[in-house]
Ligand binder design. Structure first.
Ligand code: GLC
Ligand code: CA
Length: 569
């Protein structure tokens, strides 16, 4: 397979706010391509597919942890922050990845779990053996397991307490996640220094930023619930100040699975910024809710709640990622409804969520795949794709925990889906062979050969999005419609963005986005007095639509689960 890249000068664009215009792609190194036939994906494999990612239109990679690790939590259990797990590759190969990505104007953002380490980390080994030594205070130790009973348990499938007894030190240690992942003690200034050193180490290697894993959980207190406590925000501010001063243009992305107001807090303020980006956890489950309830109201409510963020900050929007589709941020009633629709087999559930991939969740319905992607690419913020979802890859719910949706990328109909030349039994996880999602027909090669495949459709919509800066940079106004199944919003960009001393000659643009979640064709009247007389044409094919009338009202007919992106002028 060969890909022709769009013509562009080699090297990175200078825009310090590049992340607001970027399309991100989460790529698990372990799952993407195995270059040396040992059954595990590696950096060499990822480098060999940069042409593919560039062809797709990807501007930035999010690479989950590749540090040395016992891999008891997909690498989020770090045993050494300064080395790469040998089966994934070497630091030199990582440098090569960064260089080759940068040559293609593609950024590399790595995952950084700072809240906890693996119990195999040298810091923990020393801490448990020598309470008086330099690492004695690196973790959160206690003589009882009764402290902070109000702190919720996240991994409800495997853990029944946030405390575990260490037989060596004969004390309990605190863990927000697995009991083999002790939490670092952020009350200890030496931990801050150690963490800052790790951050500098990777920035010096050339990474363009970090996904700050599990960032709300750094501090615990007697009064709070251990999520987004004030000193956690103070720490993030200090980290941001260091990054801005010494490494301008690199980004910090918050993984904070919280309610709208609390997630927005991770942006900080204009004067005291925290993260450049935060994942939009409140919006994500509501997209899936809208699909099955055929109602737009939950999305309308949440979109109206999360508009007010500091200049330069941006949301990271996503449909799926390497974790379960979390239902923590919906009400109990809606959660039960979503389990009924999307996880009717108990095997599909994990913790408070659903461990399935996008295409199986949507029962492989092309209309739903297009509708959800159209939303993803037009909501405020930057879209994050999960590897394999661009070809509608399936999952394997017979595998444990979140491995169900971390199976090898399907490249070809050949052995191991073209992922690896190893004996199939040696793969880190088996390839998907289910009836509907078998790699024999769901793979990149066969979708490249069909002009109407999902892959070509996704690539096209990415390129349309990128041709209209309003999607990345514009603001949003949710409009009134008379149909409960129809969501309408308008994105507006004033043009001529200026920041960091750089001016852009961008054109102003206004785009009307309309989505119907109804399972039948419907008509809807949209009311927007500010758009009276506005003329509309379709962004994909240029087709002219009826205009808003002089009262700002527009009636559209919509096919089953369909959408429009209409230029308004
Ligand atoms: C984050 C990661 C998840 C991991 C957890 C604990 O939520 O996304 O995969 O298990 O942190 O490290
Ligand atoms: Ca390998």
């Amino acid at each position: 397979m060969s890909f022709t890249a769009p013509i562009q000068l080699p090297g990175l664009s200078l825009d310090p706010q590049w992340y607001r215009r970027a399309v991100f792609y989460e790529v698990m190194v372990r799952s993407f391509v195995d270059s040396n036939g040992d059954g595990t994906g590696d950096l060499g494999g990822l480098i060999s597919k940069l042409d593919y990612l560039q062809w797709l239109g990807v501007d930035a990679l999010w690479v989950p942890p590749i540090f040395t690790s016992p891999l008891r939590d997909g690498g989020y259990d770090v045993a050494d922050y300064r080395s790469i797990l040998p089966e994934f590759g070497t630091l030199d190969e990582f440098r090569e990845l960064v260089t080759k990505a940068h040559e293609r104007n593609m950024r590399v953002v790595i995952d950084l779990p700072l809240n906890h380490t693996s119990d195999q980390h040298e810091w923990f080994q020393q801490s448990r053996q020598d309470p008086e030594g330099p690492y004695g205070d690196f973790y959160v130790w206690s003589d009882t397991d009764e402290k902070w009973p109000d702190i919720r348990i996240i991994f409800t499938d495997t853990e029944d307490s946030n405390w575990a007894f260490d037989p060596v030190r004969r004390q309990f240690f605190f863990h927000r996640f697995f009991s083999h992942q002790p939490d670092l003690n952020f009350e200890n200034p030496a931990v801050h220094e150690a963490v800052f050193d790790v951050v500098r180490f990777w920035l010096d290697l050339g990474v363009d930023g970090f996904r700050l894993d599990a960032i709300p959980y750094l501090y615990e207190s007697d009064e709070g619930n251990g999520e987004g406590e004030p000193p956690t925000h103070e720490f993030i501010k200090a980290l941001r100040a260091m990054v801005d001063k010494s490494y301008p243009g690199r980004v910090m992305i918050a993984e904070a699975n919280q309610w709208p107001r609390e997630v927005a807090a991770f942006f900080g303020s204009e004067e005291e910024p925290e993260c450049h980006m935060a994942f939009d956890f409140p919006v994500m489950p509501r997209i899936f809710y809208a699909l099955r309830s055929q109602r737009a109201d939950e999305l309308v409510a949440v979109l109206s709640e999360t508009t007010d963020i500091p200049p330069g900050a941006g949301w990271g929007v996503f449909l799926r990622n390497h974790d379960e589709l979390t239902l923590e941020m919906v009400s109990e009633e809606y959660r039960q409804a979503m389990y009924g629709w999307y996880a009717y087999d108990p095997r599909m559930r994990a913790n408070v969520g659903i461990r399935r991939r996008l295409a199986p969740l949507l029962d492989n319905a092309r209309a739903e795949l297009e509708l959800t992607h159209a939303l993803l690419f037009s909501l405020p913020g930057s879209p994050f794709l999960y590897y394999g979802d661009e070809i509608g890859m399936g999952d394997n719910i017979w595998l444990p925990d979140r491995d169900s949706s971390r199976t090898p990328m399907q490249w070809t109909p050949d052995r191991n889906a073209g992922f690896s030349a190893a004996d199939p039994g040696k793969l880190y996880l088996p390839v998907v062979q289910s009836l509907v999602f078998n790699y024999g027909h769901v793979n990149v090669e066969s979708q490249l050969a069909q002009s109407r495949s999902l892959l070509h459709w996704v690539r096209n919509v990415i390129h349309v999005r990128k041709a209209h800066l309003v999607f990345g940079l514009g603001d949003i106004e949710v409009l009134q419609t008379d149909n409960d199944s129809v969501l309408a919003f308008v994105r507006r960009y004033q043009g001529n963005d200026a920041h960091g001393g750089i001016h852009y000659n961008d054109q102003p643009e206004t785009v009307l986005c309309v989505f119907s979640f109804a399972h039948n064709p419907v008509a809807a009247t949209i009311t927007a007095p500010g758009m009276a007389g506005s003329r509309l044409y379709d962004l994909f094919g240029g087709g002219v639509f009826p205009s808003f009338d002089e009262n700002g009202s527009l009636t559209l007919t919509m096919g089953t689960q369909s959408f429009y992106w209409l230029h308004a002028g």
